[in-house]
Design a protein around this ligand. Structure first.
Ligand code: UDP
Ligand code: MG
Length: 139
């Protein structure tokens, strides 16, 4: 099972802009299967906990404010080589550096408000999936 799942969030900017459908379409077209999904909103506390690894970084407060500012879509995705292939599909953190056709190139507006999250390792994919979906049935 290791290596075939990743965790994503469609961030508040992309939800507000009406891009949920287009982004889910890119995810499916990219060969990912959705095994769990929900529309939810993070409290400031939960957003701070999710991004705790960045708490010493200068952008942390803005990131927590942004990620708790509106609804998100959280999902667990399945595909061979899921973590690396999903990072490829979403593109660089800064949309100015993201390859044409990637989700961030298409839908992100800035390095902070960059439309989607994608796990950076199998270990974090498991931690982040459990953060949002502990005890939930996966399909
Ligand atoms: N971020 C930011 N400014 C930066 C770097 C990151 O606002 O200089 C935000 C951005 O929303 C990013 C998140 O913090 O997606 C997590 O940063 P990370 O370096 O883990 O980027 P990612 O893994 O999301 O590409
Ligand atoms: Mg990251």
């Amino acid at each position: 099972m290791a290596g075939n799942r990743t965790f994503t969030m469609i961030k508040p900017d992309a939800v507000k802009a009406g891009h949920i459908g287009a982004i889910l379409n890119k995810i499916n077209q990219g060969g990912f299967r959705i095994v769990a999904m929900k529309l939810t909103q993070l409290s400031r506390e939960k957003a701070g906990e999710f991004y705790a690894v960045h708490k010493e970084r200068p952008f942390y407060k803005d990131l927590v404010d942004f990620m708790s500012s509106g609804p998100i879509v959280a999902a667990i995705l399945e595909k061979d080589n899921a973590v690396a292939d999903f990072r490829e599909l979403i593109g660089a953190t800064n949309p100015a550096d993201a390859k044409p056709g990637t989700i961030r190139a298409l839908y992100a507006t800035s390095i902070g408000e960059n439309a989607v999250h994608g796990s950076d390792s199998d270990e974090n994919a498991t931690i982040e999936s459990n953060f949002h979906f502990a005890g939930v049935e996966l399909f």
